[in-house]
Design a protein around this ligand. Sequence first.
Ligand code: PMT
Length: 227
Amino acid sequence: MKIIVTAGPTREPIDPVRFIGNRSSGKMGYAVAAAALRRGHSVVLISGPVAIAPPAGVKLRKVVTAREMLADVRSRLPWCDALVMTAAVADWRPAVCARMKIKKTGEGALLRLKPNPDILKAVAPRKGRRIFVGFAAETGRLRTEALRKLREKKLDMIVANDVGRPDSGFEAETNRVVLFSAGGEETQLPLMAKTKIAARIIKWIERRQSRGVMADNCACAERAESV
Ligand code: PMT
């Protein structure tokens, strides 16, 4: 399969030296890309700024902001069979990015933010038969929020992670996730290495893809019989 994986944070500039960002290290997304490569898939990894090396064999696209990530996902979407959105995309960006470094005045400062585009929602109308997998980073109401995002973002599966604990979510080597599929499956995984969770996600995508192919073959056979 041809798979796009997004990873890492996005950075939204305040001025030439400052930005709004988040704690995503890229570990989860890079593990998904590595797991897909190990299974023989072609992988484009669209990554925000991280400090880890990309897996050998991946086609790496480096981006900084949410809007750059959206542009890259959009332009590569026609190529892919599956999109896995592991990136922690900033939901807001500063309404204005100052051209020069903002000077310290000794006073407080207010930063006006405006919403960033939602990448998954933006590409949903062009989903077609592609498999879309999202992540939900939650600190409470994990199931409710994950199911809402699964529905609203028109995903085939969402990987809900509890990011309020030190051993899961951002920066950790391990993660604690529940997989919710659009078909109603719910799989709670124990605390596991991100590499193991990544392999489970890729396996799920492969199964989902082969079910789709089988359904196509059955439909073809039925059509042939009725001719
Ligand atoms: O990088 P690590 O340190 O290993 O940490 C991994 C992780 C915690 C970042 C990862 O496991 C994770 O949870 N990624 C999703 C983070 C996130 O943005 O979650 P969300 O619930 O805010 O977003 C839901 C989904 O919408 C995500 O698939 C996200 O990529 C996508 N999204 C979000 C905002 C936006 N503007 N556009 C989007 O497409």
